[in-house]
Write a protein that binds this ligand. Structure first.
Ligand code: NOJ
Length: 507
């Protein structure tokens, strides 16, 4: 019996709490709502849940602006609700990851309130303060994410600028100050002691900016989020890893490393002594063509070759859902097969198991500063007009909510939900799919991505036709599962429909 760490053998389900399930009918999803849906999550067959931030926040960036790292925001419920959720997940053999936002706080966080109160406040150096440039403008050319504005805001009262990689309401912490590091380690310990199983670390590559803040070349000046890639971050991550490793329950950290250059994100795994997993966002940014996905998958497997381990993610709370991006149910179903069969830890974004599209947001209902409302539409649970929510959900529902809701899909063998469940079941039964090696298979069809997964005696072949036409394959085997519910069981006949994927054994 080999002993793979749990996170290498897991499928992780991302919940955006505002949008998942509304337990108190106020139109905003909450922890009670998640507790109400634990059977849905367990029946799906995932191993862990990652919750986007649930901490006290003024919600300028819907929770990614934290004002208290150790308290639940009342809009999401209470501490007791969180305990119930942890217990409910653990009872069902699932783990919980929280979202840890180490790069910045809210401008309402007491640390920042103190820091900005005077130049000689003891917390002044907890954030990144600089004098104006000689012309009175920002200290350097860094640009914030979202609005394309300078990453610096002048604090009139104290005459200095503070750095914010995102909104002005999200000042960057100064991790070069050991007190900041200690305080943020305390946050991790707090939650680990409370029984959580790990963290997703928000834009974690940004924390090691250090004391030098050089001008960035023009290519990079537009957004520091894709430019900062400093050795100091690795040093910080090694100390975070030691902290995590000091706990017996194997807590893990998956990092959002938003560096898309060759090999960059993978370096944040260090020598198995930094992050456990580092997101590869290429699949989210890749056009749905065979050539583009073949290249993305090849790079993913190369950069995260043994002893590293990749992630695979098609959708999240920041990008258009892949059902919308890819343009059809068939393509989204084929993508589900790919996601759950590549050599990687798959991350599913709640709602993709229902095949949901982004909602269309009328201008008067836009609330996000960066146009991400569509992917954050509430999950429809029931067919009735309120879809299991209060009368006034914070965002409109996605299209076809009445037919794509969980209630309708639950007993329909042809549904997206049935497909995801069967793929997750197959994955559980197949060591090759969960942990096997990856090798391309040559099947003589240019629009087909085909690969072999092998572990001991267990071997499967996956073939995904990414294209608008059927494909003839030089491939034999018995169908274990497929993206189309009308695909007959038994021997594979060598033909894939447009946007069809199959998993075969004995090929
Ligand atoms: C990345 C998160 O995924 C995104 O939602 C957030 O706005 C930024 N980081 C800032 O925290």
């Amino acid at each position: 019996m080999d002993t793979l760490p749990w996170w290498q053998d897991a499928v992780i389900y991302q919940i955006y709490p505002r949008s998942f399930s509304d337990g108190n009918g106020d139109g905003v999803g909450d922890l009670r709502g998640i507790c109400d849906r634990l059977d849905h999550i367990a029946d799906l067959g995932v191993d862990a849940v990652w919750l986007s931030p649930i901490f006290v926040s003024p919600m300028a960036d819907f929770g990614y602006d934290v004002a208290d790292y150790t308290a639940v925001d009342p809009v999401f419920g209470t501490d007791a609700d969180l305990d119930d959720l942890i217990e409910g997940l653990h009872q069902r053999n699932m783990r919980l990851l929280l979202d840890w936002v180490p790069n910045h706080t809210s401008d309402q966080h007491p640390w920042f309130v103190e820091s900005r109160s005077s130049r000689d406040n003891p917390k002044r150096d907890w954030y990144v303060w600089r004098d104006p440039a000689p012309d009175g403008g920002p200290p350097n050319n860094w640009i914030a994410t979202f609005k394309g504005v300078p990453a610096w805001t002048l604090d009139e009262a104290t005459g200095q600028y503070y750095l914010h990689s995102f909104l002005a309401e999200q000042p960057d912490l100064n991790w070069a100050n050991p007190e900041v590091e200690e305080a943020m380690h305390d946050v991790l310990r707090h939650w680990l002691d409370r029984g959580v199983d790990g963290f997703r670390a928000d834009v974690v590559h940004l924390i090691g900016k250090g004391d030098q803040l050089p001008e960035l070349s023009d290519d990079h000046a537009r957004a520091i989020v894709v430019a900062i890639d400093e050795p100091f971050t690795h040093e910080l991550l090694r100390r975070i890893r030691s902290l995590l490793d000091s706990y017996a329950h194997q807590p893990m950290m998956v990092g959002e490393v938003y560096l898309l250059g060759p090999g960059q994100a993978a370096t944040y795994l260090g020598d198995s002594d930094e992050l456990h997993l580092s997101f590869d966002f290429r699949p989210v940014h890749t056009a749905w063509t065979a050539d583009a996905f073949r290249a993305a998958l090849a790079t993913n497997q190369q950069e995260f070759a043994e002893p590293r381990w990749p992630t695979w993610v098609m959708s999240n709370h920041d990008r258009q859902r892949h059902r919308t991006r890819l343009g059809s149910d068939d393509a989204a179903r084929a993508a589900a097969v790919l996601t759950l069969t590549v050599r990687a830890t798959p991350f599913l974004y709640a709602g993709e198991e229902l095949g949901l599209e982004d909602a269309v947001i009328p201008p008067e209902r836009v609330v996000d500063p960066d146009g991400r409302d569509g992917t954050r539409a509430p999950i429809p649970w029931t067919a009735g007009p309120d879809h299991g929510w209060g009368p006034d959900p914070w965002l409109p529902f996605p299209p076809d909510a009445g037919t794509k809701c969980a209630e309708v899909q639950r007993d329909d063998p042809d549904s997206f939900l049935a497909l995801y469940r069967s793929l997750l079941r197959l994955r559980k039964e197949s060591p090759a799919l969960r942990r096997g090696s990856f090798e391309w298979a040559e099947v003589g069809a240019p629009t087909v991505l085909a690969f072999r997964r092998r572990h001991g005696d267990d071997e499967v072949v996956v073939a995904v036709n990414i294209g608008p036409d059927p494909a003839e394959l030089d491939l034999e085997g018995t169908i274990l599962a497929g993206s189309r519910s009308d695909r007959p069981a038994g021997a594979f006949d060598g033909t894939l429909a447009a946007n069809e994927a199959v998993i075969l054994t004995g090929g």
